[in-house]
Design a protein around this ligand. Structure first.
Ligand code: ADP
Ligand code: ASP
Ligand code: MG
Length: 408
């Protein structure tokens, strides 16, 4: 007998029929004697619908009230899921994040889980219930409803698995595992039967939305056994996220390609080249809780520097406003520009540690198609480039081919 957390994404709960299908799977696991906790997302499209509704009232919605609204999507599906289970004669109980007490910080729309009170869930499981928990939401120390960022139900699932010391966390979605890249962009993409935790962390951080990055971080920190599976088929082992790196000569150098259309580039031109400048530029950005991803700085012949960094597209205007109001005059920068027509493509693989020439192969492949590279960043197992967004799909396809990632 095992304790299993099963998380179902938006397409897996898109209508009553799919919810009944989900309940059928849960019933089969229950019949095998397992204890099951189910985490569900809102019906697909619902979170977007709620965000758009909020924006109709207030173009830049107050974050507390936005979370109040968008968290309702999951409250509907937990009730529906519990009903579908009860209809099958299975004892089931649904809980919102606040009812469980999934305690988060107070960073509305991107809150972090601080603690989970697992007491009631454990009691219910011992009493024979299937427990259904709303993904994506929590509650801060003052009782305000918070949400965990887009795709956050994955994190609810893995965090619950960690808190309950579950034997496995299964992420059910609309693909049957983690692929070499998004199969919607490259139909020749190949499913990976396993992937190392480190690679999954890089892919998620670089934009593969199959798993939210924080869910992978939780899995790593608490060594949660994590598997991505299809909710549309009962066969198949999906993709297992492993913690051991195999010493396998046949291990490909590159395991996957991630991409991201969500970033915007900000350039501060003509900044005096002196100590403290990076801090003066990025300090106020950090204080405003805007996350910065890539950063580069170049010194020109005239001794001034150009400072470029990327932020989420949604936060570009906020960051530009802060720089123009508080920073530009103060440091004497000549000009500040924003560009949201960019995209980032990243190749990821632990094999990079033991092979040279991967970056040059990537740059050559892009150059051959005339794709200009605007920014580069690397880690031990990743090379990421920023390019014009209009070349994104082309870049992913040619890199997928160049690194021989297709189905054999
Ligand atoms: P859910 O609603 O179940 O959470 P998501 O839409 O968040 O589902 O994530 C699944 C989607 O992630 C897939 O439909 C696929 O288009 C996309 N995706 C991006 N990169 C990958 C990848 N490397 N492997 C599999 N799917 C990927
Ligand atoms: N419903 C939320 C979203 O659309 C959370 C999730 O699906 O994981 O982002
Ligand atoms: Mg998702």
């Amino acid at each position: 007998m095992a304790l299993i957390v099963q998380k179902y994404g938006g397409t897996s709960v898109a209508n009553p029929e799919r919810i009944r299908n989900l309940a059928g799977r849960v019933a089969r696991y229950k019949a095998m004697g397992h204890k099951i906790v189910v985490v569900v997302s809102a019906m697909s499209g619902e979170t977007n619908r709620l965000i758009n509704l909020a924006k109709e009232i207030m173009p830049d919605p107050d974050p507390r009230e936005l979370d109040m609204m968008v968290s309702t999507g999951e409250q509907v599906t937990i009730g529906m899921t519990a009903l579908a289970l009860i209809e099958l004669g299975i004892k089931a109980k649904s809980y919102t994040g606040a009812q469980v007490k999934i305690l988060t910080d107070d960073a509305y729309t991107k809150a972090r889980i601080l603690n989970i009170d697992e007491h009631n869930i454990k009691q219910d499981l011992d009493d024979g219930y299937v427990v259904v928990v709303a993904g994506f939401q929590g509650v801060d120390a003052k009782g305000n409803i918070t949400t965990l960022g887009r795709g956050g139900s994955d994190t609810t699932g893995v965090a619950l698995a960690a808190a309950l010391k579950a034997d496995e966390c299964q992420i059910y979605t609309d693909v049957d595992g983690v692929y070499t890249t998004d199969p919607r962009v490259v139909p020749e993409a190949r499913r990976l039967s396993k992937i190392t935790f480190e690679e999954m962390l890089e892919l998620a951080s670089q934009g593969s939305k199959v798993l939210q990055i924080r869910s992978v971080e939780f899995a790593g920190k608490y060594k949660v056994k994590l598997r991505v599976l299809s909710s549309f088929q009962d066969e198949g082992d999906g993709t297992l996220i492993t913690f051991e790196e195999e010493n396998n000569m046949e291990q490909p150098i590159i395991s996957g390609i991630a991409f991201n259309r969500d970033e915007a580039k900000i350039t501060v031109l003509g900044v005096p080249d002196r100590p403290g400048i990076a801090y003066q530029i990025l300090g106020p950005i950090a204080e405003a809780n805007v996350d910065v991803d890539m950063i580069i700085q170049n010194t020109g012949a005239d001794g001034t520097t150009d400072f470029t960094f990327t932020v989420h597209k949604n936060e570009m205007n906020k960051a530009l406003g802060i720089l123009r109001d508080k920073v530009q005059g103060h440091i004497g920068a000549r000009e500040i520009n924003g560009d949201d027509k960019i995209a980032k493509v990243s190749i990821v693989g632990v094999g990079m540690r033991s092979h040279v020439g991967i970056a040059s192969q990537m740059f050559r492949t892009l150059a051959e198609e005339g794709i200009n590279i605007q920014m580069i960043s690397t880690s031990e197992i990743k090379i990421a480039v920023v390019i014009d967004e209009k070349y994104l799909e082309l870049a992913v396809r040619i890199l997928h081919k160049a690194f021989e990632l297709e189905e054999a």
